[in-house]
Design a protein. Structure first.
Length: 235
């Protein structure tokens, strides 16, 4: 469907993913790499920007004939693709979806976030916070998990996590792979401490690793952090 446009000039792509790939999450990253590569080859420009939208929260198990978690594996694959593909970026949507509505109603919010990627990266605008913080690493200290994050942009007043929000949807597990709700605290150095009395030896941490969530982890600029997990256990 893209081929007929091959002779038109183009500045880049903004793309909104459909829901059909939720059952092919394990192949999604490779699909995305192939898609972007083929489109760039068509225009003979290997650096054309590609900005896309994360799958929004929706309760598939309650509203569709499918098991839970599939969409979140797609979100994970999307995050991996955004960091692997050069000159690509992802708009996070944990705050704009509804559990009973597969089409997130707040399209204007999504559109503005896409535009901010392009305005900053392609049109030279300064001072726009366009990219959400991203999970980086974790370590265990005194049976508490300490998480670190990457921050992006120029406005340092906004490059930090919002400690005024109530943090939810964090879970931790031990070697038995049984997850429990966790207590969470944002530290002054912008790390996050996660712990629970129900887990004596923490092995894994997850944030929002479910089909539908109401995002609670944001930057001070108001950009949500994408769901993540520290483990690679099979679902």
């Amino acid at each position: 469907m893209i081929h007929p446009f091959k002779n038109y000039g183009i500045k880049g792509f903004i793309w909104y993913q459909g829901e059909g790939n939720r059952k092919n999450a394990h192949f999604y990253k490779d699909y995305m790499v192939s898609l972007v590569t083929s489109w760039r080859n068509q225009w003979q420009n290997k650096s054309l920007p590609f900005y896309f939208v994360e799958i929004a929260p929706f309760s598939y198990e309650n509203n569709k004939d499918t098991k839970a978690i599939k969409a979140n594996l797609v979100r994970e694959a999307q995050s991996l693709a955004a960091n692997e593909i050069p000159n690509a970026g992802m708009v996070v949507t944990t705050d704009v979806g509804k559990c009973n509505e597969i089409h997130p109603p707040e399209k204007q919010v999504i559109a503005k976030r896409l535009a901010n990627w392009a305005l900053t990266k392609q049109y030279g605008y300064n001072g726009i916070v366009y990219r959400s913080p991203e999970y980086n690493s974790f370590k265990i200290k005194d049976n508490k998990a300490i998480l670190t994050f990457n921050f992006f942009g120029e406005n340092k007043d906004n490059l930090s996590l919002d400690s005024d929000r109530e943090l939810k949807n964090f879970e931790i597990a031990g070697a038995d792979q049984v997850f429990y709700s966790a207590e969470v605290k944002i530290n002054k150095d912008q790390t996050i401490t996660v712990f629970s009395d129900q887990v004596k030896e923490i092995v894994a941490v997850r944030y929002g690793f479910i089909d539908c969530l109401e995002g609670s982890l944001f930057s001070k600029a108001g950009l949500p952090v994408s769901p993540f997990r520290t483990d690679d256990w099979s679902e």
